[in-house]
Design a protein around this ligand. Sequence first.
Ligand code: SD4
Length: 332
Amino acid sequence: MSNRRNFIKTAAAASVAVALNSFGVKSEEEINTVVSKKGKKPIVLSTWNFGIQANEAAWEILKNKGRALDAVEAGVKIPEGDPTERSVGYGGRPDRDGRVTLDSCIMDEQANIGSVGCLENIKHPISVARAVMEKTPHVMLVGDGALQFALSQGFKRENLLTEESEKEWKEWLKDSKYKPIANIENHDTIGMIALDADGNLSGACTTSGMAFKMHGRLGDSPIIGAGLFVDNEIGAATATGHGEEVIRISGCHLVVELMRQGKSPQKACEEAVARIVKLTKNRNKELKDIQVGFIALNKKGEYGSYCIQGGFNYAIHDDTGNRLIDAEFFLK
Ligand code: SD4
């Protein structure tokens, strides 16, 4: 009798698994088998040239079997703290009022999320985003509220506007024209996604946003689902480029959902870019003025990237080393 009961239970479980699979959802067992077969972990990916150094910091944690969440936070803190990187953290270009306002978000393997937007005077917004995730009942804090929270957590108030960035802003004020041009701001946002030795995924994304934006403007980078998304059963994705375009398609959530449907990370990024291309054309906007790049990683440790136009690269670190790859692009 107990055997029969077990048989019925097993058969019922199997039919649930089959039913789920017909919707493109993999059973946990299936996913775990794939992960252990592939063994391409740990692995970390991040956007732009500065991803190389950021990956080094992340790899220190990953190679010692550390958690992907700790790795991505440590990784993106490198460009955040570097005043020569003019589009992230300290030394980032200000908004049109001369204020450096930072956007960051972080997501772990359990879908815990934290985010800050338009945060001023704090050098490491990613750590504030993590504190929002771990120490508050909320997922997103912006502006003065985010600053007050950061100070209450012991973060130091600092001036983030460097002489160089201030000079550029004063130059910009002469014309005061806001027209972000693809790749001109070079090095942009750092988005980082990692798969750790335990097979868990996490991601982080942090930026000073578009230079000379309106005060209070948020891009995709602090928005979970736009600039970053992680689903520990499927994969992770992060974005760089014109945030408005990424938000328009819920970019990184879309990339992960496409992977859930069985697309490779590469194909998923291509399809998300294709969506932006189509919308841009439908809206009679110029594609040549837009840059968006996605990077994606799946649960097996496979990765891919795609962007609208050439010039975007990303860094990847696994047990074979750390390297920079030019992303494939749409506009030839
Ligand atoms: C934003 N995606 O604020 C960010 C910044 C960026 O090219 O990556 N700029 O829209």
